[in-house]
Design a protein around this ligand. Structure first.
Ligand SMILES: [Fe+2]
Ligand SMILES: [Fe+2]
Ligand SMILES: [Fe+2]
Length: 489
């Protein structure tokens, strides 16, 4: 055998377990340190992407954008977790994963975080940050050794396929939004910050130092980022203080038919939009307060699992949206989705107290009258979609109760103490039904009869008088359902 070209695997079977050819395995590749450095840069970038998505989705009014950011925060959190694991496989602590790799890269992300409108935010995230992340991952994948660094190859290939999905959503969203003023000059500035950082992966760093990039003045990040923890909604949510229809009371009333209860369940699902709004505030604020795991902050697993939960809640909201759309119900006109729960919790409680309330409510859904009951209503309603989504809603909520046990309850002596604290925090929250009415924020209009009549019209049926007359608001709540009254499930 004179050269590698003449080398053959046994029986010409695919060599190297399918990782590549001998030529590819002999091409140089990156050192462990170079590989770690690149992973750490990508990790920092994805971490900022995650943080920006969470810090902005609460006050982002447009529902589709709120949902998209919830989804992508979850995907980012998953890949951040993988990158952290991979770096930890290659190096001993301290890993410095929470260090800022370059000041200009920090400003690049600070600028996007402080973007003054939805268009600028989305263009910064999906027109600049994510394409740079993609490029960094792609060149890392191309340049690393497929045999020696197979674990990174696998990680990058998996991440890239999801980054492409995210970019696809971003590109379509940017096209649909009205451009902000000065968009182009700001995007040029973002390029210059990135260039000064030596590119997102830092591989051009020596070149940028020599070239002495002429840095712009920070435009939007000159002042510290103004984080908004009060939720905002678009025009399809015109009455966000409305607590005029007590969905749970209707759901548990034996006089009413299961297929009518499905309407209330679709409402309850869509109302879960307030859980991402609330959870984003927990995650962003906790991470800000103590971001360094090596200095005793929460481990990434906490943020990863909680972001997964946040995304599940967003999915539940969209399942309700699909349910209404399937029935031909014009929900923005006929249903008043409120934001009273996320608003009250975000404004009145600390992150830990919000977490306590969240677990307390979800734990309360685990009994016979909770998620199981909703699934039974779905099953008996002859609406196959309602049965399907309640099945998954139930499974997801069981997972959430487990996440709560692992990250919230474990901080207490026992479950009853955790429960007492959750209950006390929930009692502390004032949602003043009368006050909102006095202040003219809402009339607490009872939207049920109109929704119900429309559902009957679509079915070609006469409304049932008793069902149509349902008129129970959250002002006069049955004691056993009171705990559910303003809480999402
Ligand atoms: Fe749910
Ligand atoms: Fe949940
Ligand atoms: Fe939920």
């Amino acid at each position: 055998m004179s050269s590698i070209k003449d080398y053959r695997s046994w029986g010409d079977l695919p060599p190297l377990a399918g990782l590549g050819t001998f030529e590819e395995a002999l091409a140089s590749g990156l050192s462990v340190q170079a590989c770690v450095d690149r992973h750490k840069r990508t990790h920092y970038a994805l971490q900022r992407f995650w943080e920006i998505a969470l810090s902005r989705l609460i006050a982002e009014p447009v529902y589709e954008i709120k949902m998209g950011l919830s989804h992508h925060a979850h995907l980012a959190a998953e890949h951040i977790g993988k990158l952290r694991e991979r770096v930890a496989e290659m190096r001993h602590p301290p890993l410095g994963l929470d260090d800022v790799p370059h000041g200009a890269l920090q400003t690049f992300f600070d600028e996007i975080q402080a973007a003054p409108c939805t268009h600028a935010l989305i263009t910064g995230l999906y027109g600049k940050a994510l394409p740079a992340i993609r490029q960094a991952m792609e060149s890392h994948l191309r340049e690393t050794n497929p045999l020696a660094d197979a674990p990174s190859v696998r990680l990058l290939r998996h991440a890239l396929s999801e980054v492409d999905d995210m970019l696809h959503w971003g590109a379509k969203t940017i096209t649909a939004l009205t451009p902000s003023q000065d968009a182009d000059s700001w995007l040029d500035e973002l390029d210059r910050w990135l260039e000064a950082a030596g590119g997102l992966d830092g591989t051009q760093e020596s070149r940028s130092e020599k070239k002495k990039v002429d840095l712009p003045q920070p435009r939007y990040s000159a002042k510290p980022f103004q984080y908004q923890r009060s939720p905002a909604r678009d025009e399809r949510f015109p009455d966000p203080y409305n607590m005029g229809v007590h969905a749970e009371e209707f759901l548990h009333d034996e006089r009413f038919a299961d297929r009518d209860k499905v309407l209330m369940m679709y409402y309850r699902r869509l109302r879960e939009i307030d859980v991402p709004e609330m959870m984003a505030s927990i995650l962003f604020e906790m991470r800000k307060a103590s971001s360094d795991e090596e200095a005793g902050g929460y481990p990434w697993a906490f943020y990863r699992e909680m972001t997964r939960q946040l995304w599940d809640e967003a999915r539940h909201a969209m399942m309700g949206e699909v349910g209404f759309a399937k029935l031909g119900i014009d929900w923005p006109k006929l249903v008043r989705i409120n934001f009273t729960w996320s608003k009250a919790l975000n404004e009145q409680l600390t992150p830990k107290e919000r977490h306590a309330v969240l677990w307390y409510i979800e734990q309360g859904q685990m009994g016979k009258t909770g998620k199981r009951y909703e699934w039974e209503v779905g099953r008996d309603s002859e609406d196959a979609f309602a049965e399907l989504i309640q099945d998954y809603d139930w499974a997801d909520e069981v997972l959430h109760a487990r996440i709560g046990r692992d990250w919230y309850v474990q901080g207490f002596e026992n479950v009853s103490e955790a429960s007492a604290f959750g209950s006390a925090c929930w009692d502390k929250v004032c949602t003043d039904w009368e006050q909102w009415k006095r202040e003219g924020l809402t009339e607490h209009y009872n939207w049920w009869p109109t929704l119900y009549r429309e559902a009957c019209r679509l079915r070609g049926e006469e409304p049932d008088t008793e069902t149509e007359a349902f008129n129970t608001s959250y002002a006069e709540t049955r004691a056993d359902l009171q705990r559910l009254s303003a809480g999402s499930g």
